[in-house]
Design a protein around this ligand. Structure first.
Ligand code: PRX
Length: 635
């Protein structure tokens, strides 16, 4: 079968085939990749344990698929076009051949520094080409990368390093994001005070800010590259991996306090990232593709690095933010590189929308033929603005629904092939079997219905476990409903069978497309000395999608509440990172609790949403009076 679906009738045919004969379907897709040895068995699975194995017995290295296999015919094709934070700094273009050379060099650097197959490497870098190089170099030598987004605090990094027992960290002296300089190495130094497993730190020069370099532990990226060069640039043979060997760990928030290390494996992830990229964006050779995500999140892993490179695409990597130095920045980039496909997030669209059409004036966006959206529900207003102002009503919008755990896009229009509908992720990709279930786990059939979104059959890109704690994986995703993967999302299926994701049904917030667990934020707030207890909920936020609303009970000795408010924000920044800072903090004397001590979040959510008239039944509350006080003080 052809990797790419090119018409609506073909979509329907292929979809039916993928449900009827999933193993044959996926074997045909997998055939278009380069394997050192083909699989003995396509799939073995049960969702009870869970145990999911794709392409057992197969051998491969994902970097041969992302790099080596393109060299002969397309070695000079641009693989990565890098746009720096500062538009006056020179941009960089790395051809497939150059990227291959750099990945090989850095693979040798890692080997010289003692990294072996199966070792965990933490990557904390700004959005520079070396981030992609580091990721691919790990994959090449069989090391498991754990990329941590540059916005996380030292404490969050330490937790992640310790959970995975990383032996090496790759970072930079500093990074640039908009007008801010981020002291990455300082943050790593703070984190490493708590990390016993780390033996080496490789530091890339980026900001030229002063950093401490610890003898025996810290080495410069550039010096290590020179050593490889003086060794005559030996080839960097790939580590031959089993399909089910670990490729990477990526931490994500859930409804409990501690982030989980989602585990993806080599064979299935590769097939899924490549297949979904080729199809959803209908990528044609020569097109310039720009995904605005950060490689610190799954979108960057799958759709800046692995997906596009596995298909020989040209992928634009941007170091900065959409509003720096002006809200025209994305449009300048589109014009400069004649971007054909733009994949971004609703929060960025809403933020840019708020500047009006001024920043678009005189910008040539005519190169754009396809658009994508990811990370959170896209409201209709933002959808139409994206369609009209950016796509000139000519570029189909792929509203792609998926998760860190799914590895790649699950429900989405196929650009120009299947129909779009504002606010809808529309139809599942072939190979994906979504179902809606009610609270009791009963499948809700038919159209014009809503329920909780589950997936009832495995797909190659799905998570295999949560690192170091398989039971947690089982409980979180496979125990709520028997024999199904539970996404944590609510969903509606309209009369035409089109899916619309309505948001999380668990205690997870989605702030600017970033997943944040309410329990995680509460734990951070509670660490402040003056805090007795707190409860965190989300509320609708015009730009961020959701904002963080914290109800906080303070101890009696607090005199300066304004200062305490700022101190709490500082505490959250220290413990998690600035991305989790509450937008609103309301001090309260009590929280609405049931007699068994459970906080009734439903009430708190309603008050945060500004809906104070219809709070439902409050008779089971221990102290119903507290609700009036909270209502009166709502922000
Ligand atoms: O609630 C859904 C929302 O983002 C969650 C996954 O977050 P994360 O693992 O960080 O991955 C984000 C990038 C894939 C989902 O459970 N979400 C993601 N895409 C959409 C979405 N909600 C609505 N529409 C989408 N297109």
């Amino acid at each position: 079968m052809n990797l790419k679906i090119t018409s609506f009738s073909e979509y329907k045919e292929v979809y039916d085939y993928s449900v009827r004969e999933p193993e044959n379907f996926w074997a045909e897709i997998a055939d278009s990749f380069r394997w050192r040895k083909k699989w003995d068995k396509v799939l073995e699975w049960n969702f009870k344990e869970p145990s999911i194995k794709w392409f057992q017995g197969a051998k491969l290295n994902i970097t041969e698929n992302c790099l080596d296999r393109h060299l002969e015919k397309h070695g000079d094709r641009p693989a990565i076009i890098w746009e720096p934070n500062d538009p006056d700094e020179a941009h960089r273009v790395l051809s497939y051949k150059q990227l291959h050379d750099k990945v090989c060099q850095f693979g040798n650097v890692l080997r010289n520094n003692g990294v072996k197959k199966g070792d965990r490497v933490c990557i904390y870098l700004p959005m520079v080409p070396e981030l992609a190089i580091a990721v691919l170099a790990c994959a090449r030598i069989g090391a498991i990368h754990s990329v941590v987004f540059g916005g996380f605090s030292a404490q969050s990094i330490a937790d992640r390093i310790n959970d995975a027992e990383c032996s090496l960290v790759i970072t930079a002296d500093g990074g640039f994001r908009g007008a801010k300089d981020i002291p990455l190495k300082d943050i790593i130094d703070d984190a490493l005070v708590q990390c016993r497993s780390v033996q080496k730190v490789i530091v890339l020069t980026r900001s030229r800010s002063p950093v401490s370099m610890i003898k025996g532990r810290d080495v410069w990226w550039e010096d290590e590259i020179k050593k490889v060069e003086t060794q005559g640039n030996p080839p960097c043979p790939v580590e031959i991996m089993d399909a089910e060997d670990l490729l990477f760990i990526l931490y994500t928030s859930g409804s409990t306090g501690k982030p989980k290390g989602v585990v993806h494996t080599c064979g299935g992830y590769m097939v899924y990232a490549g297949y979904t990229f080729a199809n959803v964006f209908q990528y044609h050779p020569g097109e310039v593709y720009f995904c605005t995500a950060d490689i610190g999140w799954i979108t960057g892993h799958s759709y800046i690095v692995y997906g596009p490179l596995s298909q020989g695409a040209t992928t634009v990597m941007f170091e900065g933010v959409p509003t720096y130095p002006s809200p025209s920045r994305y449009w300048d980039i589109v014009e400069k590189y004649k971007v054909n496909i733009l994949y971004t997030a609703p929060t960025a669209i809403r933020s840019l929308m708020s500047f009006g059409t001024g920043p678009l004036e005189g910008k040539d966006l005519s190169s754009i033929t396809k658009l994508g959206s990811v990370g959170e529900p896209i409201n209709e207003e933002a959808w139409h603005w994206f369609d009209e102002k950016i796509g000139n009503k000519q570029a189909p919008i792929a509203d792609t629904w998926w998760q860190t755990e799914t590895g790649g896009i699950m429900i989405s229009p196929i650009a120009g092939v299947t129909t779009t509908k504002p606010g809808y992720a529309t139809l599942p990709l072939p190979g994906v079997q979504p179902v809606l279930v009610d609270e009791n786990g009963k499948e809700i059939e038919g159209n014009g219905v809503s329920g909780n979104l589950c997936i009832k059959f495995p797909w190659p890109g799905m998570l295999r476990t949560t690192y170091g704690d398989h039971e947690r994986c089982r409980q979180t995703y496979f125990s709520t409903y028997e024999n199904m993967y539970f996404t944590g999302d609510g969903c509606l299926r309209d009369e035409d069978g089109y899916y619309k994701i309505t948001g999380r049904v668990d205690d997870v917030l989605n702030v600017s497309g970033h997943r944040i667990g309410t329990a995680e934020v509460e734990n951070a707030i509670n660490m402040h000395t003056d805090v007795v207890e707190s409860a965190v909920v989300g509320y609708p936020h015009e730009i961020k999608g959701q904002g963080v609303y914290a109800y906080v009970i303070l101890g009696e000795s607090v005199h300066d509440k304004e200062l305490t408010r700022k101190n709490i924000l500082q505490t959250v920044t220290r413990i998690i990172g600035a991305i989790a800072k509450p937008d609103k903090i309301q001090f309260v004397s009590g929280l609405p609790k049931t007699r068994s001590g459970k906080i009734m979040r439903r009430i708190l959510r309603k008050i945060a949403e500004g809906e104070t008239s219809n709070l439902g039944d409050t008779s089971t509350l221990l102290d119903p009076g507290v609700v009036d006080e909270i209502k009166a003080g709502a922000l």
